[in-house]
Design a protein around this ligand. Structure first.
Ligand SMILES: Nc1nc2c(c(=O)[nH]1)N[C@H]1C(S)=C(S)[C@@H](COP(=O)(O)O)O[C@H]1N2
Ligand SMILES: [Mo]
Length: 315
């Protein structure tokens, strides 16, 4: 795997945020502790200190503006522009994550404390959505395995289930008569997948805490799987011995499975998965196309998790 290359952020991209942070009004002394680590209020963000990780690709980064304005987050609406436009009322801090089920030490953990306990790493990963578009995103986060080991999973635990927060008052896509999905959004991994060093709990991107539209304050990133496995705004993680349900499989089991490993050889029933549109890069005819790689280019790291499995049947 190529070695680490620090993200290059054009000053035109970071300046407006810093100007905003500088003018931001303080909320009072009680909030000061949290604000040191996390910005308070709408559209704010705080810088993260992170150590470089060897788990980084050297593909050209997708510009910050595309990463934060072209999103799938149905809790805020169905259009790609909805999450950025409609997530301003969402309050990501303070935040806790409950870890329960088949563990020795269940608990409800304060995210700010976890962010101090676990070293934050920066990792640039490719992200491939099942809709055949892709990005390259520099994340900050810590391994999912670090949080799981804190809870001490029992030997009988075989899977890990995840849940997104339900807050109709702050998430307009969860409000009203017509509901696009069943809430909460849920996802799952086999425990060996969850403990793989590439499985990341991201708390930031491009060096700052996560924007609401990208899954603030904490979301899963499993770069060898289609993007829908990367569940956002996680409030609960449950260890279990049964394969967990995942939202897209429940919604349309013909088209979406539990494993959802990126695979150019297994087409979606309605489109080819052989190539992908790299968002933010332009070619002659719109966004440039890249070949899709088995396991999204992470086969050397993860293919051994699936030895002997029929990847066409387990899509
Ligand atoms: N809770 C929740 N998590 C979610 C989704 C969602 O609608 N709700 N969309 C998924 C899909 S389909 C993709 S491609 C990625 C998109 O992540 P991004 O917007 O940060 O690029 O988030 C995933 N996580
Ligand atoms: Mo997706």
């Amino acid at each position: 795997m190529p070695s680490y290359r620090p993200p290059k952020i054009a000053s035109s991209e970071i300046t407006p945020r810093q100007v905003y942070m500088g003018r931001r009004e303080f909320l009072g002394t009680a909030a000061l502790g949290a604000m040191a680590l996390y910005g308070a209020g709408k559209a704010s963000a705080a810088a993260l200190t992170a150590v470089e990780s060897k788990y980084t690709v050297d593909d050209k980064l997708t510009p910050l503006k595309d990463v934060t304005s072209y999103n799938n987050f149905y809790e805020f609406g169905l259009d790609k522009a909805d999450p950025a436009a409609l997530s301003g009322d969402f309050k990501p801090m303070p935040w806790t994550i409950k870890v329960d089920g088949m563990v020795n030490k269940p608990g409800t953990f304060d995210l700010e404390a976890l962010m101090k306990e676990f070293p934050i790493e920066s990792r640039t990963y490719r992200m491939r959505c099942v809709e055949a578009w892709s990005m390259v995103i520099p994340w900050e986060g810590f391994p999912l395995a670090s949080l799981l080991s804190k809870a001490e999973p029992l030997g009988s635990a075989k899977y890990v289930a995840f849940e997104t927060v339900v807050r109709p008052e702050e998430m307009p896509g969860q409000k009203g008569i017509f509901q696009s999905l069943e809430w909460p959004y849920v996802e799952g991994l086999r425990i060996d997948e969850a403990n793989h060093p590439l499985a990341l709990l991201a708390v930031g991107l491009y060096g700052e805490t996560l924007p609401n539209q990208n899954g603030a304050p904490i979301r899963l990133v499993v770069p060898w799987k289609y993007g829908f496995k990367g569940i956002k705004s996680i409030v609960r993680i449950t260890l279990t011995d049964k394969e967990p349900k995942n939202t897209w499989q429940v919604t349309n089991p013909q088209e979406y499975g539990f494993y959802a490993n990126v695979n150019p050889a297994v087409d979606h029933p309605r489109w080819s998965q052989a190539t992908e549109r790299r968002i933010g890069e332009s070619g002659f005819f719109g966004a440039s196309r890249h070949p899709t790689l088995p396991f999204n280019g992470y086969a050397d790291e993860v293919a051994s998790l699936y030895t002997g499995m029929d990847l066409k049947a387990n899509f």
